[in-house]
Design a binder for this molecule. Structure first.
Ligand code: PLP
Length: 409
């Protein structure tokens, strides 16, 4: 080091945290101070759909009946009563697990970070979908992982492409694969059972951990439920030790409570528990007790149809408006649940240029390149239908149609 170099605090920051910048989604949300702007960009749940009364009653009951549990330090793995309730919820979602197999998390995003910290050293290989949720891309980057990507089509992760990658002796063997099998963010795609089974077989054959991120599967407004990977491990011999399921109440109760969970084998869960201990010792007792009371009162089963019903209506408005204003010019995957529709421009031009025109027309969306870890497709875009009303969606897509005309013309 040159002793004449000026010392700055910035120079001391780990490179993975330098210039990470604010995410584009946050920048777009700032445009929302303009009253006329319609956002098809946000990834938040619809705030007017929160069950405020139910959460208020559960919080009140928690604090009244169990003040010490709410306010005292608690176990890192999460409160026994909540783990019991989460196990019941998972059984309801056809993925039975034992309460002992659970680690309560502060958001499922924390779960992936813990897995990366415990499995990945700089230079180790991980696989994500292309496109995928931005959080894991950033976590892997900070960890210094070598990230490989596998394409996604209307049926989710392309498992044949994954197999070819695993067979390629020139490529490193991955230790971890991150996948959102149902109503993925951003693609909206869901993997059929055959692909899920093949993915489990590949994990056994090539020895990599699957992080199954599942924030959206309960937001199904059409079609039949698909089995979780963790539930399918019963059908694929040897696969159980390789699957870690990340579940969350963020999209079905409220993200502000930060209550989520990891379900998986002790050999993987225990190091994550130790890593979590270094982070925060445990989740807040108050929010854990609140969620436990909320579940025990049966409010989730009662209220979820309200949320799903609203998203059904919003998705239908988006689908119909796309057919009128964007047909032939932007192709979309139309999902049976979740919060997102994924599109690709069929005309010349880039989604970022379209966004600049769309902002002039007073509508926003997210350009798809931010969801790509290595080979950004500059023509892709994500629309979200979770927060705007059906009327706003219809008008927003019409405005987007005008922006596409201007891009082409
Ligand atoms: C795929 C995916 N995983 C995880 C999360 C974060 O969920 P949580 O609030 O449980 O951390 C999101 C949030 O948008 C998401 O889209």
């Amino acid at each position: 080091m040159n002793p004449t170099d000026p010392a700055t605090p910035e120079a001391l920051i780990h490179p993975g945290y330098r210039n990470i910048g604010e995410s584009l989604v946050r920048e777009l949300s700032r445009l929302m101070s303009d009253q006329e702007m319609i956002s098809l960009a946000g990834g938040y749940p619809g705030a007017e759909l929160f069950d405020r009364d139910g959460v208020r009653e559960a919080a009140h009951a928690a604090l009244t009946d169990s003040p010490t549990a709410c306010l005292q330090y608690g176990p890192t793995e999460g409160m026994a009563g909540l783990r019991e309730s989460v196990a019941q919820w998972m059984a309801h979602c056809r993925a039975p697990v034992s309460p002992d197999d659970l680690l309560i998390l502060s958001g499922s995003a924390q779960g992936f970070d813990l897995l990366v910290r415990t499995l990945i050293r700089p230079g180790d290989c991980a696989v994500v979908e292309r496109p995928t949720y931005t959080g894991p891309i950033r976590v892997l980057k900070v960890a210094g992982a070598r990230t490989l990507t596998v394409s996604v089509d209307a049926q989710g992760l392309n498992v044949d492409e994954l197999e070819a990658m695993l067979r390629d002796p020139a490529l490193p063997r991955p230790r971890l694969l991150y996948v959102v099998p149902t109503f993925a963010n951003p693609s909206g795609a869901s993997m059929p059972v055959s692909r899920r089974l093949k993915l489990l077989q590949l994990a056994v054959e090539y020895g990599f951990v699957i992080a199954e991120d599942d924030p959206y599967s309960q937001l199904r407004f059409e079609g039949e439920p698909l089995p979780h990977l963790i539930a399918l491990t019963d059908q694929v011999p040897g696969s159980k030790p390789w699957v870690v399921h990340l579940g969350s109440f963020s999209k079905v109760i409220a993200p502000g409570l930060r209550v989520a969970w990891m379900a998986g084998p002790a050999v993987l869960r225990r190091p994550c528990m130790l890593a979590k201990q270094l982070d925060d010792l445990s989740n807040p007792g108050f929010t854990q007790m609140t969620v436990q009371r909320y579940l025990a009162a049966g409010r989730l089963q009662q209220h979820l149809p309200v949320i799903v019903g609203a998203y059904r209506e919003r998705a239908a408005a988006m689908r119909d408006a796309i057919a009128i204003h964007l047909a032939g010019r932007v192709n979309f995957n139309i999902p049976q649940g979740g919060m997102f529709m994924w599109g690709r421009l069929q005309t010349e031009g880039k989604a970022r240029d379209l966004l600049a025109l769309a902002i002039e027309e007073k509508v926003t969306f997210v350009p798809g390149d931010i969801y790509d870890a290595d080979q950004p497709d500059l023509r892709t875009l994500r629309l979200s239908f979770s927060t705007p009303t059906p009327t706003q969606i219809t008008e927003g897509v019409a405005r987007l149609g005008r922006a596409v005309n201007r891009l082409a013309g």
